[in-house]
Design a protein around this ligand. Sequence first.
Ligand code: NAD
Length: 428
Amino acid sequence: MAMKGVNPYEMAQAQFDKVAAILDLDPATRELLRQALREYSFGIPVRMDDGRVQVFRGFRVQHNDARGPSKGGIRFHPQETLDTVRALAMWMTWKCAVVDIPLGGGKGGVICDPHHLSQREQEQICRGWVRQLARNVGPVADVPAPDVMTSGQHMLWMLDEFEQIHGGHYPGFITGKPVGMGGSEGRTEATGYGVVFTIREALKELGIDVRKTRASVQGFGNVAQYAIRLYTQIGGTVVCVASWDQADQTSYSFRKESGVDADELVRISDRFGGIDKAKAKELGYEVLPGDAWLEQPVDILIPAALENQVRGDNAPKIASTVKLVAEGANGPTTPEADAILQQKGVFLIPDFLANAGGVTCSYFEQVQSNMNYFWEKDEVLAKLDVKMTAAFHAVSELARKKKLYMRDAAYVIAINRVAQACRDRGWV
Ligand code: NAD
């Protein structure tokens, strides 16, 4: 999906170049890591319901697998581009490396609009995608997952095609499967809980008692809902939540000074995480403009909706009480806003660390699938806590020691680990 005016691949490469300079990486390693190891682009012919054949364009990019099989989602989107897939594959390499799971980075996509495709047509796209790549993906090579507009059902169609071709059961080929069909307990909670594990550790480091903190959250989807639940459970108070209103085509913020109740809000939300503003008023919420979540006098901001939300134009409105920003969403903060946060002395937990709970749990799903032995939810979440906590401390320790901004410290750790793996294998 192309972002307006920005080529995400150029952005990902620019970020890499900046950190490669900090690390003083040698030219060969830079050359190797600033682009993908392998890229596949192919046609998927599908017999449509009306009898004609339509050819869809599919992609898979394996950015780097020095640390383990490539890992990353498959997106179905009408505006998908190879450059977006390349950028996302590179970001997956860094995300897996920063949480120190033995996986590399990959991403895939198909240019299509599922809104205008029947279930049968979508199944044929899934099966066609796997037929084109059956020898280049798999539990020990490249492990896909759901992403934008793909679900557990799509993953099962893909798994079935893979198993038909290879003649056996390989549940570790793909993640995001439904629980009971090779999926992992805890995946639904994983990203939001992971965000809060890192917030908890950051507050400890800052010497702040979580029970005395208040937070404001943008978004009320999967990530935000579980982040709000766990943060509230450990004693924090969320006073404001923003969500998108489909009917009005704008966003609103919902404020309740005594603390928002995630369960109460879920009951008045649609399945896309949009909160009903009339019902919210009845429940005692103040309904404010969409940007108000960012301006609240709280201790913690959690952008957990979408990219480019904290920008040069609105970051100056962040209250001086804010001590911590935890990026639940991918890319919510622009480089201009980053500079403002740094100036204000706000502690940042960058996206690919804060929201890595999702991929970490997908890794657990892959491990369980390969063993064909599945853990209880408590065990999954306890293991997730250990991984996220360790990852947070590695990054914050480096940031402190080298006086780096947290985002740069996270990149330094991730890129260094991947570069080291390439050197250890004798690739560079
Ligand atoms: P979701 O679709 O479940 O929820 C998105 C929420 O954002 C909804 O409540 C929606 O109303 C709200 N929203 C949309 N536009 C808005 C706007 N302009 N202002 C205010 N609110 C708005 O999505 P999700 O799965 O919770 O993902 C949220 C973010 O986290 C995305 O950036 C996603 O890429 C990232 N992420 C998600 C996961 C995961 O496991 N779900 C993992 C890593 C990263």
